[in-house]
Design a protein around this ligand. Structure first.
Ligand code: DER
Length: 235
């Protein structure tokens, strides 16, 4: 993975562009956490923002650093969302002319259901990442949040599409990870994802799937933190 300094540069740059008076979607994960901390600093300096958290974790951090909060159903739209990713497919940090990607893999933190809700609701969605997240194709497991009762039938459907599903186990709890929404997560490995949009549609239309980690055509930019600064790519 990338360095903490790279993640911090990306998160802080995205937070720096937030306008006064904005409603900001607060992403989940260690890179987005840097953006939330920077927003806390800016609030201390007088910035007027309202954050819409995407997880218990991002809500907790926002409260800790003093970013005012509101639920999605209490605001009139989201101006900008800042969130991390497990993979950003197709963007080459050293190739300005590369075809911009519009496929992310998210869900490393099992927060992708509310992340996708808030990220998609935002007028602008900025991904924050380090270079290790950039890839030419989907090459990490695709997290799929499922209703607990649907675990086996969704696993069968994933296998039917050539995927290898594994129930995400908890580290310091017996049994599986349970999401903020009370559901389970199948991490689905695919040998090759030639058509991410088709896979996304297939997963979305599988009964029992609450949300999957393929974010297609949602992100507007990716801020890639490097050792020298931040590369910003339009998507
Ligand atoms: O769970 C998520 O979607 C997170 O954004 C994750 O994908 C990125 O987490 P990281 O910034 O800690 O790598």
């Amino acid at each position: 993975g990338g360095s903490e300094d790279q993640k911090r540069r990306a998160g802080e740059r995205a937070a720096a562009r937030v306008d006064d008076g904005a409603v900001v979607g607060l992403g989940t994960g260690s890179t987005a956490a840097h953006a939330i901390r920077e927003l806390g600093e800016r609030v201390d300096a007088g910035l007027d923002v309202v954050g819409v958290p995407t997880s218990f974790a991002s809500r907790e951090l926002a409260r800790e650093v003093g970013v005012p909060l509101a639920d999605l159903d209490a605001v009139d739209g989201v101006d900008v969302a800042i969130d991390g990713a497990d993979q950003v497919v197709g963007v080459h940090s050293d190739d300005e002319t590369g075809a911009a990607s519009s496929v992310l893999v998210k869900g490393g933190g099992a927060a992708h259901a509310r992340e996708k809700l808030v990220d998609a609701a935002a007028d602008a969605f900025h991904v924050v990442a380090d270079p290790s997240k950039l890839a030419a194709s989907v090459s990490v497991p695709v997290p799929v949040e499922v209703l607990p009762a649907a675990r086996t039938v969704v696993a069968d459907a994933v296998r039917d599409r050539g995927g290898d599903p594994s129930l995400r186990r908890a580290d310091r709890k017996d049994g599986p990870v349970v999401t903020d929404n009370g559901n389970l997560v199948l991490d689905c490995t695919f040998d090759a994802v030639d058509d991410p949009r088709a896979l996304a549609t297939a997963l979305s239309t599988t009964p029992g799937v609450v949300e999957h980690g393929l974010f297609v055509d949602l992100a507007d930019t990716v801020h890639v933190g490097t050792d020298d600064g931040v590369d910003v790519h339009d998507l």
